[in-house]
Design a binder for this molecule. Structure first.
Ligand SMILES: NC(=O)c1ccc[n+]([C@@H]2O[C@H](COP(=O)([O-])OP(=O)(O)OC[C@H]3O[C@@H](n4cnc5c(N)ncnc54)[C@H](OP(=O)(O)O)[C@@H]3O)[C@@H](O)[C@H]2O)c1
Length: 389
């Protein structure tokens, strides 16, 4: 049996303290939810606890239910460690272990059927004699797709798929993009003044947003596999491109610089994170900096995306400047855009990029800054109201 239930509007709370998205309805609606949606919503919430730690694996959550009572919850915490199903089973209290057989597991992604860093989860569910498995999304990964479900069905386990399917795809949009489009999920990000400029006329570095927005951007950096800037930004701004205001993984830093002429005294060469300089002159590795020679033709961005895919990097945040952002927009090569508007006017300067073919999915405020999030209209994984970023 397969069916899709749209998640109702719930309050979705991002773990960023003062960054709370609330939608019109609230948790009191939970009482009216169908049980499948209720438990899957909880499993999706658990999945997102792994954000920034599971790549290139997906974020997955699981809930084990026995006669209307949750007896276990789990999620995939960190790449290489236990998958959500196993974490969930491990978390069942000793007094409830005898209830595992026959219980229903709600899991956000099809249980795996292959031995990777851990044994196949589908086999474990069979061994534990789980009675029914409810799944949000089939796994797009070639080694799993459909096979995990087949293992379960072939041993007589009742399997339901497609519950909260759209929400599950949004949660794992990086993973789905990586496997289905063979490139990283691309987030564009910039800050603009009230009158629509991203930098003053002289291209000097200027602070447009407040401290709260800056901290959020650092959090975002821990959630993406790579971060990219154009040559002018790398040279003029001397950015560090690391997450310093939020604990987490440092993304791979990438600068696009035809002549590789970024001064060696700049932060990009401080060995604080892996760094690629995409250029036309040389292939070389010096400490943490890798020079990658590519032809600067109209396929440059596609070639960089192919390289990132080859390296199993599932997402990229592009942080400017305007020329680089516009080249992604003009190529239609973006999935999501996060645009801050500060409260300053500067009268003239470098015009902010203009998105085309975009849907505004949410608008919120961080004190006096406005944050708007857009999704590319052709995205196969549209935003669902109430979901976390
Ligand atoms: N407000 C914000 O959010 C924000 C964010 C970042 C930067 N900025 C500001 O933006 C200004 C710089 O922006 P910008 O538009 O002048 O420059 P930019 O986008 O930082 O860099 C442009 C340069 O990068 C290389 N490049 C970028 N995309 C390319 C592509 N698709 N193909 C080939 N080469 C590419 C080219 O240099 P080469 O020919 O040398 O390779 C190009 O001249 C700075 O003043 C900075 O402070 C603002």
């Amino acid at each position: 049996m397969s069916y899709v239930i749209r998640i109702p509007r719930i309050a979705a709370i991002c773990c960023f303290p003062a960054f709370v998205f609330t939608s019109p309805a609230n948790f009191s609606n939970f009482a009216s939810l169908q049980p499948e949606v209720l438990y899957m919503t909880r499993a999706l919430e658990l999945a997102q606890k792994g954000k920034g730690h599971t790549s290139p694996n997906p974020m997955v959550g699981a809930v084990l239910v026995n006669e209307g009572r949750i007896i276990g919850e789990g999620w995939h915490h960190i790449y290489g460690q236990a998958h959500a199903e196993v974490d969930c089973l491990n978390n069942v209290a000793a007094a409830d272990k005898h209830l595992i057989a026959g219980s229903t597991m709600y899991v956000t992604l099809e249980p795996c059927a292959h031995t990777g860093k851990t044994p196949p989860c589908a086999d474990r569910l069979v061994v534990e004699k789980i009675g029914k498995v409810v799944i949000a999304n089939k796994d797009p990964f070639e080694l799993v797709s459909g096979r995990g479900i087949d293992i379960l069905k072939n041993t007589g386990i009742d399997v339901v798929t497609g519950v909260c399917e759209a929400e599950g795809q949004w949660v794992n949009r990086r993973f789905f993009t990586f496997h289905q489009q063979k490139r990283p999920y691309i987030v564009l990000k910039w800050a603009q003044t009230t009158d629509g400029f991203i930098a003053p006329e002289d291209r000097s570095r200027s602070q447009i947003t407040n401290g709260q927005s800056n901290r959020l951007v650092h959090k975002w950096r821990t959630e993406e596999a790579a971060i990219m800037v154009g040559a002018t930004t790398a040279i003029n701004d001397d950015p560090q491109l690391t997450a310093r205001l939020w604990a987490g993984k440092q993304p791979l830093r990438i600068a696009i610089s035809r002549n590789a002429n970024i001064p060696s005294t700049h932060h990009l060469f401080d060995n604080s994170a892996e760094t690629w300089i995409i250029n036309e002159d040389k292939d070389d590795i010096i400490n943490t900096v890798r020079y990658i020679q590519l032809s600067f033709g109209d396929q440059l961005l596609n070639e960089v995306m192919a390289l990132l895919h080859q390296q199993k990097l599932t997402s990229l945040i592009v942080e400017g400047g305007a020329a680089l952002l516009n080249s992604f927009i003009n190529a239609g090569l973006w999935d999501e855009a996060r645009v801050f508007t500060g409260n300053k006017e500067i009268g003239s300067g470098l015009t902010a990029p203009q998105l085309t073919n975009s849907t505004n999915t949410l608008t919120t405020h961080l004190n006096d800054d406005r944050l708007e999030v857009f999704v590319n209209k052709i995205s196969p994984y549209p935003y669902t109201t109430g979901m976390e970023l």
